[in-house]
Design a binder for this molecule. Structure first.
Ligand code: GLP
Length: 258
């Protein structure tokens, strides 16, 4: 592992393999639970997090670190999405990969309801949930255009949980990676919710994500790149990536400064 230095971000770790990224990220999650057994944790979904949650479960099974008092939130959900029927539902993903394996009781899972008749009302309700349960750790991936959660390019950093339409870039990505029936509308925690967390963990691997991160970390801090907000709260941010992402981050940086 090597540490990449950045003037605003507290810690950037680059690991030699995706497996090592997953274990390092899992250890950050476990540290939050050790510090506060009732920690409220915001979980991201997506392909990146699959190995992170598997690593977390493996360590938990070996060490008996209890999750049964923790509380769980999530970043975003498609709308409409029915976790019992729709493969693409993020709630379905989290129930299967996080909530059930880590034995987080039903009453401590705060799910965004993708079946809500009025998605804007549901966003308001979720915002209330977050204001009553301050988040100890927000786990993030990064998507097209540097999106975090489903906050696309142009989203204000003051935006709270809201109902919105995805960018064409994300819709195209979803159709390739998640299937043609994936909805084009979503409910997402806003950037204002995300940056209120006590600690923020971002995980990314591969060259494409390295490119998104480069824009976020080395180009101007602007609503046009949602992940660039992480530099404003950089003291509480840890970014864990692999060498492929790091190479892209560093290559671009050298070409920018030369
Ligand atoms: C998705 C989700 C994010 C996720 C990101 C990366 O669209 N809204 O919560 O972190 O994009 O997803 P993946 O890991 O599948 O590339």
């Amino acid at each position: 592992m090597r540490i990449l230095s950045h003037p605003e971000i507290a810690r950037i770790e680059s690991w030699e393999s995706i497996d090592l990224v997953a274990v390092a990220a899992a250890n950050v999650i476990l540290e939050s639970v050790r510090e506060d057994p009732e920690a409220m944790i915001t979980y991201a979904t997506g392909n990146t997090m699959v190995s992170v949650y598997e690593a977390t479960e493996t360590i938990v099974n070996k060490t008996d670190i209890p999750f049964h008092r923790t509380r769980a939130a999530h970043l975003d959900e498609y709308w409409p999405a029915n976790p019992d029927l729709d493969e693409f539902s993020f709630v379905r993903y989290l129930r299967n990969r996080v909530f059930k394996p880590l034995q987080i009781p039903l009453g401590q899972r705060f799910e965004i309801d993708g079946t809500a008749a009025d998605p804007s009302e549901e966003a308001l309700r979720y915002n209330e949930v977050l204001s009553r349960n301050p988040v100890a750790l927000a786990i993030l991936g990064i998507g097209p255009g540097g999106h975090i959660g489903f906050n696309e390019r142009g989203t204000s950093f003051a935006q709270k949980t809201h109902f919105t339409r995805l960018s064409q870039e994300t819709i195209d990505r979803d159709h390739v990676e998640r299937g043609l029936s994936t909805p084009e509308n979503v409910i997402t925690q806003g950037i204002a919710n995300i940056i209120e967390a006590q600690r923020i963990l971002m995980v990314a691997f591969g060259a494409k994500k390295g490119g998104y991160l480069h824009e976020a970390l080395y180009e101007p801090i602007t609503f046009e790149c949602p992940a660039s907000v992480l530099r404003i709260v950089g003291k509480k941010v840890i970014i864990i990536i692999d060498e492929a992402a790091a190479a892209e981050l560093e290559k671009n940086r050298i070409s920018m400064t030369s």
